[in-house]
Ligand binder design. Sequence first.
Ligand code: SF4
Ligand code: SF4
Length: 287
Amino acid sequence: MVIAVASGKGGTGKTTVAVSLAIAAAEHSPLKPLLLDCDVEEPNSGLFLDIDYTYGRDTGVLVPEVDLDKCTYCGRCAEVCVWNSIAVAGEKVLVFRDLCHGCGSCGLVCPEDAISDFTHVTGRIEGGTDGSINFARGILNVGQAMPVPVITSLLNEYLTQSVDGTVIIDASPGTSCPVVEAVSRSDYVILVTEPTPFGLHDLKAAVDVVVSQLNIPAGVIINRDGIGNNEVEKYCQTANLPILAKIPMDRRIAEFLSEGIPLLTGLPEYREVFLDILAAVREEVMK
Ligand code: SF4
Ligand code: SF4
């Protein structure tokens, strides 16, 4: 079972929920869960676990390299590139590799077979374990603009392995391409929000992407319950979205997290909350 944890809005507690679910799953089952940190621009879930990293490799995008001895400057490569990542100007072919999505179309249409590929390194994949949780993260290199290829590499590498236990994916905040990539192979998406007008606005955007467009079943966790108003609850009822849990506004949670102590380590009384969430999601997925 692959569960993605996402949020339309940053700072809602998405990583806290993802780490807590992984800890609860590890305590509940003899099978080690796998936590994948796909928030590659800010992969911080590993900070709450004492991970011994045993694996790492660079990853990136296959970008074109043009053999000017073969090139006739016909311009077909530039015409086919919808991202304007390659341009032909007179007797020059310019490749803007930071814009290139590595789709390979330019190489396919080149009539002179003048285009080959090389890997432009944009990030890194690292994996390890804390003993009870298997963990892997993608890291986008500083200055790189495209997180999706790093996320794709991470998922390709770890979701194709045989995984016996629950997989928890910590997705990026927001509703753009990195989120779509991170959640699209999931059986269920947990949307973490807070009961405020901003939380409601961004929850609606996330529901539109995850449920309406990707057609993945989803439920909601309301974090910092007690602040704001009850509009998020009303919306969930109207939209037929199950509220999996409400986590109260509890200053102690912030205090433990600020010291890098996971919620379930600092406040074990929340353990049942996350076990109930896992059970509810499992039931939904099995329907
Ligand atoms: S399609 Fe091939 S031959 Fe034509 S400009 Fe591009 S690289 Fe050169
Ligand atoms: S690989 Fe795709 S994105 Fe990159 S330059 Fe070629 S056509 Fe454009």
